[in-house]
Ligand binder design. Structure first.
Ligand SMILES: Cc1cc2nc3c(=O)[nH]c(=O)nc-3n(C[C@H](O)[C@H](O)[C@H](O)COP(=O)(O)O)c2cc1C
Length: 393
């Protein structure tokens, strides 16, 4: 029997995924906009954030249970919406959903997901949220939300940071398209990865099936530039469940969405896939926290690679954190057991970091755990203080 690959960190999953996936698929997952500097910054900025260890805090009994939007989750962590997860490995959506059920984590079904609303909700035991992209019209977009409601969903995420799909150079070089176009390059790429190709063929090449304008066929490049604040207002009136807006990076936009009555804001720069020059998402979190006040629910993603990053996001103002690319790399690396191993690493990290910073419960994690350089306080002239955070006007 083949030995199971061992995953101790996201980096292991990335290396294995790189070997197992056709280049075109790996690049679709890993790639981002422009020169990909923004995606790198999302990750490296976490290295600059330091946590302050605390001792003798009696942290023998710790819990990762997290209350968010009126519901209890097993972790402060969920799975971000990602289109076409089944390209990572056959049945990826089912694996993600079943693991989410087991660990009591929310899992988002994307508008560009290839599993049905009902299947995802049933595999996940009701832990699924639906992510909506604005379609060709207000009406078709509202109908997509209605379909989610009819399938039993109570949480809707409206993603607003893709007015147009950005130019992702790797995808262009690889001729990556949905539905697939079998170019000579793609044929060669697939032939060099027979394990992936045969299993994907045997399971049927995944196709997006939850987008708003289903009758027209899926167009990955379709413009969503017509979406506006009036649409959000209309959606708020129509969707009586919990409404989250994803892709907000400006404090002004955050305030406006809050005033429109959304239930939570999801701070994200789409993992650098949309605007290469966007600020690193983690830098925006405290600014948006300041804009919306201390009690307003905030989710965060973009650049989370281990459990310590999750804690840092909570310290800087998030109430809940979402995991993106690492999920797909772990699935590509070793299927369901790969994802389970990676999530176990996150659980252990979060738990052990809590012990180090002297907290026993997730809601005790806050800015007090942030290390601020005393040299900066004592010698402000030696180390210039950072720019003041912009006001939330
Ligand atoms: C392959 C892939 C597909 C994605 N598809 C969607 C999508 O359909 N809807 C959406 O809101 N975000 C989508 N995202 C963005 C993720 O939800 C998330 O914001 C991003 O992956 C976070 O960055 P990180 O993976 O670098 O941590 C996608 C990301 C990837 C990598």
């Amino acid at each position: 029997m083949a030995k199971r690959p061992r995953i101790f960190a996201t980096e292991d999953a990335v290396q294995l995924a790189k070997r197992r996936l056709p280049r075109m698929i790996f690049d679709f997952i890993e790639g981002s906009a422009g020169r990909e500097a923004g995606a790198k910054r999302n990750e490296t900025r976490f290295d600059d954030i330091m946590l302050q260890p605390r001792v003798l805090s009696n942290v023998g009994t710790r819990s990762l249970t997290t209350r968010f939007l009126g519901r209890e989750y097993g972790l402060p962590l969920g799975i971000a919406p990602m289109g076409m997860c089944n390209l990572a490995c056959p049945d990826a959506d089912a694996h993600i959903a079943r693991i989410a059920k087991g660990r009591q984590m929310p899992v988002c079904l994307s508008s560009a997901g290839s599993s049905s609303l009902r299947d995802m909700n049933s595999w996940s035991g009701g832990m699924a949220w639906f992510q909506l992209y604005f379609g060709q019209s207000v009406e078709s977009s509202l109908l997509a939300a209605d379909r989610a409601r009819d399938a039993g969903y109570d949480t809707l995420i409206l993603t607003v940071d893709v007015p147009e799909v950005s130019r992702r150079i790797r995808d262009q070089k690889n001729d990556f398209n949905l539905p697939f176009k079998m170019t000579p390059n793609a044929f060669l790429d697939f032939a060099l990865h027979p394990r992936w190709s045969l299993s994907t063929l045997a399971n049927g090449i995944p196709k997006p099936r939850n987008f708003a304008d289903q009758h027209k066929g899926f167009d990955r490049k379709a413009s969503r530039a017509g979406a506006n604040w009036a649409f959000l207002e209309t959606l708020r009136e129509r969707w009586t469940g919990r409404l989250i807006v994803k892709g907000i990076t400006s404090p002004k936009d955050a305030k406006r969405a809050q005033d429109l009555g959304v239930d939570a804001i999801y701070v994200s720069n789409h993992g650098g896939r949309q605007l290469d020059s966007a600020p690193p998402a983690i830098n925006l979190l405290p600014i948006i926290r300041r804009a919306v006040g201390s009690d307003f629910p905030l989710l965060f993603d973009s650049g989370i690679r281990n459990g310590e990053d999750v804690i840092k996001a909570l310290v800087l103002g998030a109430d809940f954190v979402m995991l993106g690319r690492p999920v797909l790399f772990a699935l590509a690396a070793a299927g369901r057991s790969g994802l389970d191993s990676l999530l176990q690493c996150f659980v252990e990290d979060i738990d052990l970091v809590m012990a180090q910073i002297g907290v026993s419960k997730i809601d005790e994690i806050g800015p007090q755990a942030l290390f601020t350089d005393t040299a900066q306080t004592l010698h402000p002239k030696l180390i210039p203080s950072p720019e003041p955070l912009s006001a939330a006007t």
